[in-house]
Design a protein around this ligand. Structure first.
Ligand code: IMP
Length: 436
């Protein structure tokens, strides 16, 4: 399988699609790996030689020691967690600090962002990861954010933190009648201590990416349906987690991506954490079975994930609005023992049948899924590595997904281990599939 020199991997659902493993696998063939939106709300799990890694801020591809990792300008970075993450990976024998670039334009997540996140959650639950992501983007867009480049000037950094604290304290007190105490000096000292550890990584990352001749893999975090503009707003994250976030998040011109390949990762069923509409959610035994068999508990928060059947209306929305060239399907084996497997092909909303993804949360909340049913294969596909290992019923399931979304299922992941996957398209370029 020959992929383009520029590859973009996006989550095509509500996050947790298993992007970590796919990025880890594909980044073996890439020289630069980039994260460009979100922050430590992400939790990308990778199993390497039986050892488990969960990456929150670093690009997953950094686990390959030949790569250069980039934390691009669209991310919001919690330096304390970043330093912890680097130390943890380095303690497992993988060097990081000498191959990492951090954009000087990236914004910081500081302790009061997390305090505000918790308070906002108390007043209206989105089910956030409480990592301070929303408030960091909120202050960024209010032009009150603090960036990595501000850390070079201690006095300026101190005065920005002081201003931020006054603003956040006042907001909490006056609007939410809650007070909290935090000392600017302590925030500054602790942050600068962490900065000392990574300051040699700070760079003009956009220029680096623009000028490098190396192959680049861009790793989306969260998923398309959590995108602040095209997701299930307001039950979304605060960044553009779809392809829309690429240009602003990397600082690269949109034209840069005209020859890139875009792959969306989706589970063979659906999950969501946090609040918000989820038309195919199963609150019954079948949902419980999916959760148990799929080990559906959050990598960042440990929360049990909501589970349901694959929603092809939502997946087609992700394919179309992101210009996906193909789908990577994960966790097919979780469906192995089901007698019947369903996919949603339309919604019934107030007596109308709709086969597009509504913008309005109130319509999505009313949406009753219309299902197409498939006979289960009831055979073990766990760890399968060849298309010949797939039962005919599983192939029919995959063919229907391709037909409905209009793009090929190019790859299947059949276990968390690095080497357990199947390429379904052997063409030079994504765009056709060998399963019909
Ligand atoms: P936030 O990004 O922490 O503000 O959370 C906003 C919403 O996005 C919540 O529903 C979270 O559960 C969800 N979310 C954020 N990051 C992830 C992720 O990496 N995987 C799955 N859901 C996420």
């Amino acid at each position: 399988m020959k992929l383009s020199k520029k590859l973009v991997i996006l989550g095509a659902q509500w996050g947790d699609e298993g992007k970590g493993k796919i990025v880890d696998l594909l980044s073996a063939d890439y020289e630069v790996v980039v994260r460009y939106q979100g922050g430590s709300n992400a939790g990308h799990t990778v199993m390497v030689n039986g050892q488990k890694f969960i990456l929150h801020l670093l690009p997953t591809g950094i686990l390959h020691t030949h790569t250069v990792g980039v934390i691009a300008q669209g991310m919001v970075v919690d330096l304390e967690l970043l330093v912890e993450e680097i130390k943890d990976i380095e303690s497992k024998g993988i060097s990081v600090k000498d191959r990492l670039l951090i954009s000087e334009r990236a914004h910081l997540v500081l302790p009061y962002h997390k305090t505000l996140d918790a308070l906002l959650e108390k007043k209206g639950k989105i089910g956030t990861t409480l990592r301070g992501i929303g408030p960091a983007y909120m202050l960024k867009h209010a032009r009150k954010g603090i960036r990595v480049c501000d850390l070079w000037d201690k006095d300026r950094f101190y005065s920005l933190v002081k201003d931020n604290l006054e603003l956040v304290e006042e907001l909490c007190k006056k609007v939410y009648c809650e007070s909290f105490e935090m000392k600017a000096e302590e925030v500054v000292e602790k942050t600068l201590e962490n900065f000392e550890y990574i300051k040699h990584c700070v760079a003009d990352a956009s220029n680096y990416l623009l000028n490098t001749k190396k192959s680049i893999l861009f790793e989306g975090a969260q998923g398309v349906l959590l995108d602040v503009d095209i997701g299930t707003y307001p039950y979304v994250t605060s960044s553009n987690s779809s392809a829309l976030g690429l240009s602003a998040g990397t600082g690269l011109p949109p034209k840069f991506f005209s020859d890139a390949e875009f792959l969306g990762v989706s589970k063979a069923y659906a999950t969501r954490v946090g609040e918000g509409p989820f038309p195919t959610e199963l609150k019954d035994e079948t949902g419980q079975l999916l959760r148990e068999r799929g080990g559906e508990y959050g990598a960042t928060t440990g929360r049990p994930r909501r589970c349901g059947w694959l929603d092809l209306v939502a997946l087609r929305h992700a394919v179309n609005l992101n210009g996906l060239d193909g789908i990577v399907l994960t966790k097919l084996d979780v469906l192995d023992s089901f007698e019947e497997i369903k996919v949603c092909v339309a919604y019934k909303i107030e007596d109308k049948v709709v086969d597009t993804f509504p913008a309005s949360v109130s319509l999505l909340e009313k949406a009753q899924p219309i299902y197409k049913s498939f006979e289960g294969w009831r055979k073990d596909t766990h760890g399968a590595t060849s298309p010949e290992d797939l039962p005919e019923q599983a192939l029919s399931y995959l063919r229907f997904i391709q037909e409905f979304t209009g793009v090929p299922v190019v790859m299947l992941s059949t276990s968390p281990e690095r080497d357990k996957y199947i390429w379904l398209s052997y063409e030079e370029r994504v765009g056709s599939s060998n399963i019909g």
